[in-house]
Design a protein. Structure first.
Length: 939
RNA sequence: GCGCAUGUGGCGUAAUUGGUAGCCGUGCCAGACUUAGGAUCUGGUGCCGAAAGGCGUGGGGGUUCGAGUCCCUCCAUGCGCACCA
């Protein structure tokens, strides 16, 4: 008996922790040294563009949830390269943004410095996972070399207008030409509230420079306007609609109020229809498309004017249901509607005043919270139904929104639930135009009813009457067909420091673009990041910078973080170009992103803005495609799996989960990293926090301390964050990569649990052992493989190809395991199997694959090999074991040649013992034989 | 409330065209080896039942020789929108 025992790994090149570390570091260095991830445009090769949503480099670093999508895209990129594609797979950083600025205010660290440090940290973490990014193409949105072009694109948008005739962006010069020659008759002002609505060519020529600029501003795709914005006092900034959730800020949850401010806006509403139509030709998930459609919120109907019984004023409403015109029992204006004061009768003035005060005193949050509450006031005025002359009372109510449609509605209580509730609440009588479809107690929004009490529409089915009604309305000249969108123009100014400055100068209060040669307008340095207090951002404090000349000033706002992200996928194609944002040649070559992987939280903002910028650049002739992302995959969130300990109240004693009910306890979260499965490492717990140094434990009968658990979001404050660095340290990057893919379908959300990772690690060791003997010697033979061995290999090849094309990575991992299990039990160590086998694994576990590839005698990296060709012949079977089912239940199995005639099979099956037994000797009613699948006998 | 997605063993999941439900992994059980070990190997493991057999993919119904898969309906969970006329 030896006195000292060695583990087997001490003697040989086992796939041990030390060996893994050695192999993985070696190959990461080797890849960098050889520069194998650098790609160039090669016209003769087919391209493939695999993109990750670039991260915001937060101070917290990566947790195991972040790499999920990156690993999937890395597998795709490597696989496509092995298949002969020229693959663009870049990475960069969305480096402007609010958190760095908040951090600067709180800790006095310049955003540039903290951002730089965070990026370093991210890159080091990403580097350990073995991604095949071409880092020479890295972009950082806060880099002046990058944001020069963000500013440049902004100026192109500023210099554009949307021609509704051909539904395309065009240069402002085409618009001025039109104005000079024909006035604006053919191209009405998009903003119907602007004081000048119509002008002739002659009038245009009489306008002053400033007037002309003001008019052009109404058309520009990037324009300045006083708009109702979401002002967040606590953050000292304006927020976009998508940054406001239920009346509070998305970040921080601070109250948000409406406020008028002069802001840059993008006229995204002009593109609403194209953004909607574009969804039909791109491959996004249904829910993603649905979210975008919802956000755009297209509704088709008509605008229609109602005269009042007294006075000249007309109330214009928008309705999608003009077919219900004879069911209008009252009208409702938004409280903010401009006609309210004008039409209110003196007898109702008090009541209306009271209601307006009530509305004014309500915050956005109140309104959101009490959606169901019915409130309103009668103005005393009556409108007249243009078709039957009926007098209809005009009310005001919060439930009509000033910002949508015309801010006024015709209320049809028998067909609209809200109108019905309002009518009942205020005792307004309800006209029934849909007969038995209306019960009197509840509105019925059907479009299928046959109309009654409806004049010229009587007897028509409602959905058919819609067009007839609009035609009649247009014929009478009281309204027209109209499309409305929920989506508003995008606010593009932020009262913030850490963003792109607007590349414009103001003269006489009008903005003028800077010359291209003056770009970038760099962000001035400062150490004061607090807002200047008057609704302007920190840049307003820098008086010399703002008032850089006597008669010109700069904009104190910066662009939102969406700006840099709206086009970064284009810059990757030509990241060092100093003359253009990217050369036409390269843009044409790399073209659309073939696969884009990222989180679903960017559904509306980022994805809509990048689609918009792509469409504008396309219209202006810079791109030959107008959708940026051909396919989008949203990886699921990885949630945390928290662990709880139970402290007996008022003591420092902790009781195990199974017996905690015998005590009065408080549940405390503990660090998941000191818990193995559910068992707490009590010594580590004592060291974890000083408070627990003297903790005592009441253990289970088996002497273990068992924790409680809960699935919740992965967050530092829950102590449930798992850092990929720790997993790599313990198991290696290949195991991490495989395990994250093995967890389940990419798009599904799933909790992170480390149990199960051993299975993946064991697989890799078994895989390694196919190439090595029990002593760790490399023992690949040159023998001819058997048919079974070839079959195992080719089944894997087929599966991996299918799975990557279908983004089903978990199933590939399981197939790798099946194949390795099979080859192990066949004791296969043959080069003709193991060489292609290494290539199939290379996309998933690149380090081990390259090591084995080298041991197989190759000088070049495995990524430059060719993915093995599938030989379907090897997978063909000549016989099949048929399940024999009787009345749908499998009762026996019988082996038949696949080419056996059905009649012969039927004879043999019917004669079989099992069939005799189960059919009770009765003759079969029907025999179904599906070759290669099943035999079913009906008795 | 409306829209979209999802529901399969103790757990993560698989089933590509409607054709043997539960592959792969984990966990658990038993065994081997052993320095009693968070190692390795072997076997078992959907549920009920001693077995024969029966039941089984959120519930109910339908189409079909045959349904996890298609249709209807209900329920649960997640996400999105939320007075949008």
């Amino acid at each position: 008996m030896p006195l000292i025992c060695f583990s087997i790994s001490d003697f040989m090149a086992d796939y041990s922790k030390e060996e893994i570390k050695r192999i993985e570091e070696k190959w990461r260095n080797e890849w960098a040294k050889r520069g194998i991830y650098k790609v160039e445009e090669v016209q003769s090769k087919p391209k493939y563009y695999v993109l990750d949503m670039f991260p915001y480099p937060s101070g917290a670093g990566l947790h195991v949830g972040h790499p999920l999508g990156y690993i999937a895209s890395d597998v795709i990129a490597r696989f496509k390269r092995l298949k002969g594609y020229n693959v663009l797979h870049p990475m960069g950083f969305d480096a402007f943004g609010l958190p760095a600025e908040q951090y600067a205010i709180e800790h006095g660290v310049h955003p540039a410095a903290s951002t730089r440090a965070n990026i370093e940290n991210f890159k080091s973490q990403l580097g350990k996972i073995g991604f095949c990014y071409d880092w020479s193409r890295e972009v950082q949105t806060c880099d002046p070399h990058y944001y020069k072009w963000t500013q440049w694109i902004f100026l192109q948008i500023f210099d554009s207008w949307f021609n509704r005739k051909n539904k395309k962006a065009e240069r402002i010069t085409t618009l001025t030409w039109i104005f000079e020659n024909e006035g604006n008759a053919e191209h009405p002002v998009p903003n119907s509230k602007f004081e000048i609505q119509n002008f002739t060519a002659a009038e245009w020529k009489t306008f002053t420079q400033k007037q002309r600029q003001e008019i052009l501003m109404q058309y520009r795709l990037a324009y300045l306007a006083y708009t109702d914005v979401n002002w967040c006092e606590a953050l000292g900034t304006v927020l976009a609609n998508d940054e406001v959730i239920n009346g509070v800020s998305y970040r921080g949850g601070f109250p948000v109020v409406k406020r008028q401010m002069q802001q840059w806006n993008l006229r995204i509403t002009e593109y609403a229809d194209r953004l909607l139509k574009g969804l039909d030709e791109i491959d996004f998930s249904d829910s993603m498309k649905e979210i975008q459609r919802n956000w755009i919120g297209k509704s088709v109907g008509c605008e229609l004017d109602f005269s009042l019984s007294h006075g000249e004023a007309k109330i214009r409403v928008f309705t999608t249901r003009p077919d219900t015109i004879f069911g209008v029992d009252f009208m409702v204006l938004a409280p903010e509607h401009e006609l309210v004061k004008q039409i209110t009768t003196s007898s109702q003035a008090g009541e209306v005043e009271k209601y307006l005060n009530y509305v004014a005193g309500r915050s956005e949050i109140d309104r959101m919270a009490e959606v169901k509450k019915i409130t309103g006031a009668f103005t005393g005025a009556y409108a007249v139904n243009p078709f039957n002359g009926k007098k209809i009372p005009v009310w005001i109510s919060e439930y009509v929104l000033a910002g949508y449609g015309t801010g006024a509605i015709m209320a049809v209580p028998c067909g609209d639930e809200r109108d019905h509730k309002f009518a009942k609440h205020f005792n307004i009588s309800v006209t029934n135009i849909i007969g038995s479809h209306y019960t009197g107690t509840e509105a019925n929004p059907t479009k299928e009813a046959t109309l009654e009490n409806s004049g010229f529409l009587n007897g028509m089915v409602m959905h058919k009457a819609i067009d007839v009604a609009i035609d009649e309305i247009e014929k009478k000249g009281i309204g027209k067909r109209q499309v409305n969108y929920k989506m508003r123009d995008a606010g593009w100014s932020r009262q913030r420091y850490w963003g792109e400055p607007f590349p414009v100068v103001y003269r006489d209060d009008m903005p003028y673009p800077m010359n291209e040669t003056e770009l970038p307008l760099t962000l001035p340095d400062t150490d004061n990041f607090k807002s200047s207090g008057n609704g302007e951002g920190p840049l307003a404090n820098l008086k010399d910078w703002i008032h850089f000349s006597d008669n010109a000033k700069r904009d104190s706002n910066t662009m939102p973080t969406h700006a840099g992200a709206a086009w970064y996928f284009l810059r990757y194609m030509d990241p060092h170009n100093t003359k253009e944002f990217a050369s036409k040649e390269k843009l044409n070559y790399w073209n659309q992103v073939d696969v884009y992987i990222g989180g679903s939280e960017h559904a509306v903002a980022h994805l809509l803005y990048s689609r918009l910028w792509t469409k504008i650049l396309h219209d202006l002739g810079y791109l030959n495609f107008d959708e940026p992302f051909k396919k989008l995959i949203n990886q699921g969130k990885i949630t945390g799996d928290s662990r709880f300990v139970y402290r007996v109240r008022g003591t420092n004693t902790f009781v195990s989960y199974g017996i905690k009910d015998q005590h009065e306890t408080d549940a405390l979260r503990t660090d998941v990293n000191i818990v193995n499965g559910l068992e707490l490492d009590t010594e580590a717990f004592k060291k974890w926090k000083p408070d627990f140094a003297n903790a005592e434990f009441i253990l289970e009968e088996d002497g273990k301390y068992i924790c409680g658990s809960a699935i919740e979001k992965m967050s530092k404050s829950y102590f449930n964050v798992v850092n990929p660095d720790d997993i790599i340290d313990k198991y290696g990057a290949d195991t991490l990569r495989l395990y994250e893919m093995f967890l389940g379908p990419l798009e599904a959300s799933k909790p992170w649990s480390t149990s199960g990772i051993d299975g993946v690690y064991k697989f890799l060791r078994r895989f390694w052992n196919l190439y090595h003997d029990a002593n760790g010697n490399f023992i690949v033979s040159n023998e001819e493989p058997t048919r079974d061995e070839l079959k195992a290999l080719h089944r894997l090849i087929k599966k991996v190809e299918y799975d990557v094309e279908h983004y089903s990575f978990n199933t590939s991992v399981s197939e790798f395991m099946i194949c390795a299990n099979e080859l192990s039990s066949l004791k296969c160590n043959k080069r003709l199997i193991l060489e292609p086998l290494a290539i199939t694994l290379a996309a998933y576990a690149p380090h081990i694959a390259d090591e084995l590839w080298q041991k197989l005698g190759h000088e070049d990296c495995i990524l430059n090999a060719t993915f093995p060709a599938l030989n379907e012949e090897l997978l063909k079977e000549n016989a099949f074991e048929y399940p024999i089912s009787i009345n749908g239940k499998v009762r026996a199995k019988m082996n038949f040649a696949l080419d056996m005639p059905k009649a012969d099979m039927e004879k043999l099956v019917l004669a079989s013992e099992a069939v005799q037994k189960w059919s009770d000797g009765k003759p079969p009613k029907k025999v179904i034989i599906v070759p290669g699948k099943i035999v079913n006998i009906v008795v």
